[in-house]
Write a new protein. Structure first.
Length: 436
């Protein structure tokens, strides 16, 4: 099979490299000349564990190549994937489809053979219909089937998620589209990964419904955590206790500072916009978005309380450990760290920070934060140590050293990576999430 991947960002690059690893011949296309030049030299535009090795091996084997020319890249491709960004449109939260439609038009204009065009970008219901209309409008004489195939990749675990998915969802309207997609995913068929064939609109909605449900699950346990603090209960045991019920499931019940990242915040807003457009309100998701937004700043107040309240906090220093929205990524998009740092700065607290991968992305977003060389550098002279992201490197800090370097032995652990009794035994004033 020959596959073209238009858009070599996070999703396009991971998907392209994995398809090549399955033995398909893949061309990754991107308008960004610099990005393509660097990819040809094996330099990744993002941090994702295992991606550089996968790209290098498949490029060396001649199965993976890179180009800036769409017309060149889609030549002879059986399947042309659209994996360009769909950012939130400024003002209304709607997904911005400018890039998707521009690619559809260019594909229609350049196509010299029959092909299946697959939308992998997260797009609102009905986008496939519009992509099909745009391609037809170019007057291409070739047979084109437009298919939806959403991705469910988690950053930091994307390659594993791609190769061993819980499910593959394919929304196709004709047999040609279904047949080509079956071939594309044949290697995974053999692994017995379940494939769900459905209509294109259903497939588009599945992606939003999945992310909104997961965001709801997180937000639910976060509110239970708040209640736990008030009533003196333990949220981790509550999560275990409800998660053992097969109908609920144990995953995505970690209480924390609120969800961030490139997907949940953007996709929940886009789903709300679709719901509004069709006059079918989604009050649960509306509440989830509001609760999660206010939670991030509330975490800043939690740190201020640990410093003895607003009055006492002024002029003190906080060390933030972890800045990215989750570990194993350098992604700062909608990271709770942004709101927490701002809340602290607004309260007159100076902030020092360290993140194993996210410093470069974080620096321009947090110009008033002092970026440090290591966790211990950030801790030096701090009145409070705040665990914002649960990087492995922060799970076994040398607590004696922390006590020596910090001005006061105070820790706010927003990811519950330490045990309250251990921290108390080590002489810390320790605050976590939902462990009253
Ligand atoms: C998510 C979806 O998991 C993926 O299927 C989709 O395609 C893209 O969006 P990702 O954004 O990479 O992936 O991160 P994920 O691991 O899902 O975490 C999202 C956010 O939720 C993070 O901020 C994380 O810290 C938070 N989270 C997750 C919790 O606070 N508690 C949990 O139990 C799980």
């Amino acid at each position: 099979m020959k596959i073209a991947m238009v858009g070599s960002g996070y999703v396009g690059l991971v998907s392209g490299a994995c398809f090549a690893d399955f033995g398909h011949e893949v061309v990754c296309i991107d308008k960004d000349e610099d990005k393509i030049a660097r990819l040809r030299q094996g330099i990744m535009p993002i941090y994702e564990p295992g991606l550089d090795a996968l790209v290098e091996a498949n490029a060396r084997a001649g199965r993976l190549s890179f180009t800036t020319s769409l017309a060149e890249g889609i030549k002879g491709a059986d399947a042309i994937f659209i994996a360009v960004g769909t950012p939130s449109r400024r003002g209304d939260g709607h997904a911005d489809l400018t890039f998707v439609y521009a690619v559809a038009r260019e594909v229609g204009q350049s196509l010299a053979h029959d092909a299946v065009v697959v939308t992998k970008s997260t797009v609102p219901v009905g986008t496939g219909d519009e992509v099909e209309r745009i391609i037809r409008e170019t007057g291409t004489p070739h047979r084109v089937s437009v298919v939806s195939n959403p991705e469910f990749l988690r950053e930091g675990a994307a390659i594993g998620d791609f190769k061993r998915p819980d499910r593959i969802v394919i929304g196709a309207e004709d047999d040609y589209g279904r047949a080509v997609m079956r071939e594309v995913y044949r290697p995974l068929f053999l692994n017995e990964s379940p494939i769900l064939f459905t209509s294109r609109r259903t497939s588009e909605l599945i992606k939003y419904a999945a992310n909104a449900f997961l965001a709801t699950k997180i937000t639910f346990i976060n509110e239970i955590a708040d209640l736990c603090e008030k009533v003196g209960a333990n949220v981790q045991d509550v999560a275990r206790g409800i998660g053992m019920d097969g109908r609920i499931g144990p995953k995505f019940l970690h209480a924390g500072p609120g969800y961030g990242g490139s997907c949940f915040p953007k996709d929940t807003l886009a789903l709300l916009k679709t719901a509004e457009d069709y006059g079918s309100p989604m009050r649960i998701v509306e509440a989830v978005v509001k609760v999660n937004d206010s939670r991030k700043r509330a975490m800043g107040r939690k740190v201020i309380d640990a410093l003895g309240g607003a009055e006492a906090a002024r002029g003190k220093r906080a060390a933030l450990l972890g800045l990215t929205f989750k570990p194993n990524t350098d992604d700062m998009r909608d990271s709770p760290a942004l709101a927490i740092a701002q809340a602290l700065l607004d309260a007159g607290v100076s902030v020092a920070a360290y993140d194993p991968e996210g410093m470069e992305q974080a620096r321009p977003l947090l110009p008033e934060v002092t970026m440090c060389e290591s966790a211990y550098d950030a801790i030096t002279g701090a009145d409070v140590v705040v665990i914002v992201t649960e990087w492995d490197a922060f799970r076994a800090l040398d607590l004696n050293r922390v006590k020596q370097l910090a001005k006061a032995p105070v820790m706010v652990d927003l990811r519950n990576i330490y045990k309250p009794e251990d921290m108390r035994a080590a002489g810390f004033a320790y605050v976590s999430v939902g462990r009253g």
